[in-house]
Write a new protein. Structure first.
Length: 67
């Protein structure tokens, strides 16, 4: 029985085939880069949309009181 436990421990440390692998083979570097590019594009678009929005009158009033 002790041998089986030692073997199980060794399998856990070495990442046996029966355990899920951290590396997802479907996520190639090019695919990860494309996903990151899509996120970057979405963030840029959200930023540009925020720049196009008008400043609320309440904020302009508060800014006027500061200056």
């Amino acid at each position: 029985m002790a041998f089986e436990k030692d073997e199980d421990d060794r399998d856990r440390r070495s990442g046996s085939a029966s355990e899920p692998n951290d590396m997802d083979s479907s996520q190639t570097p090019a695919r990860k880069k494309a996903g990151a590019s899509g996120v970057g594009n979405a963030l840029r678009e959200a930023y540009q949309e925020a720049l196009r929005e008008d400043v609320p009158p309440e904020m302009l009033d508060l800014l006027g009181k500061l200056g």
